[in-house]
Design a protein around this ligand. Structure first.
Ligand SMILES: NC(=O)c1ccc[n+]([C@@H]2O[C@H](COP(=O)([O-])OP(=O)(O)OC[C@H]3O[C@@H](n4cnc5c(N)ncnc54)[C@H](OP(=O)(O)O)[C@@H]3O)[C@@H](O)[C@H]2O)c1
Length: 241
């Protein structure tokens, strides 16, 4: 697929890394971008970037009826970016059941349901790519975000399962493992953070290079190098944060 053939659906495209994906794909020469968000009005700013190429789509990834409706309007896609994500604070010992389920519903079940609905479209269009926004906490857990850790570890497992299933259909599946990125989600983290546009550009380059596991920022690259040598050391380091 050449750059100008790309027709991409991005979930959670109204802000943060999702918004940066729209900017990056526009700069990259994509033919069409379906920018998805829970509320249509939240997409005005992103559509204004290029109203001829950016098409707004209403999609809450936890709502099966909306996923079904979107699948009928984005029938020409060849790339899917599963970016939408939720983070609830709290350790597993005391987190509410509502928060526990919310992170799994968005980050795990949402990713699976959107992929199940969109993969047949990508296959029909001759194959393509799916990139899933995971996290360094897919590799090892950090304190105070127990539900999020589990949902991102589960999403990594789902990524590997889809990778095998969808390879037969001409679809490559990529896992993206960011460290702290400068968005609303990480606003209370007192750490160095990478700009979201850098992440989006790294992911697009990773997809083009066929790099199945993408570590799109300096912190995640370091974590992966350390984890590859000694995963227990990373577990202990994250546990002491
Ligand atoms: N920022 C980081 O440090 C970091 C690190 C590692 C991984 N990630 C992952 O990267 C992805 C993007 O994160 P971000 O930093 O850009 O977060 P963000 O600024 O909080 O944005 C999250 C996006 O997901 C959308 N979303 C939440 N629940 C949704 C649902 N049920 N259906 C559809 N969209 C939904 C939000 O929409 P609303 O505006 O409607 O809420 C928003 O567009 C996430 O998967 C996140 O877990 C982020």
């Amino acid at each position: 697929m050449t750059k100008s053939d790309v027709i991409v659906l991005i979930t959670g495209a109204n802000r943060g890394i999702g918004h940066a994906f729209v900017e990056a794909y526009l700069a990259h020469g994509a033919k069409k971008i379906y920018a998805a968000a829970r509320r249509r009005a939240d997409l005005d700013k992103v559509v204004a970037l290029d109203p001829t190429r950016v098409h707004p789509v209403v999609l809450d990834v936890t709502k099966p009826e909306e996923i079904k409706a979107v699948a009928t309007t984005v029938s020409d896609i060849n790339v899917l970016i599963n970016n939408a994500g939720a983070l609830s604070f709290g350790g597993l010992s005391d987190i509410s059941d509502e928060s526990l389920r919310r992170d799994m519903e968005v980050n795990y079940f949402g990713l699976i349901h959107v992929t199940q609905a969109m993969a047949p479209l990508i296959e029909r269009n001759g194959g393509g790519a799916i990139a899933n926004l995971l996290s360094v906490v897919s590799l090892a857990s950090m304190p105070g975000i127990g539900a999020y850790n589990a949902s991102k570890a589960a999403a990594w497992s789902a990524t590997q399962s889809f990778r095998v299933d969808l390879a037969k259909k001409g679809i490559r599946v990529f896992g993206v493992f960011p460290g702290p990125i400068d968005t609303d989600m990480a606003k209370d983290l007192p750490m160095d953070k990478t700009p979201p546009l850098h992440v989006a550009n790294e992911v697009i380059a990773g997809i083009e290079a066929g790099a199945e596991d993408i570590f799109p920022d300096p912190m995640s690259k370091q974590v992966y190098a350390a984890w590859s040598k000694d995963h227990k050391a990373v577990e202990k380091q994250f546990g002491s944060m």
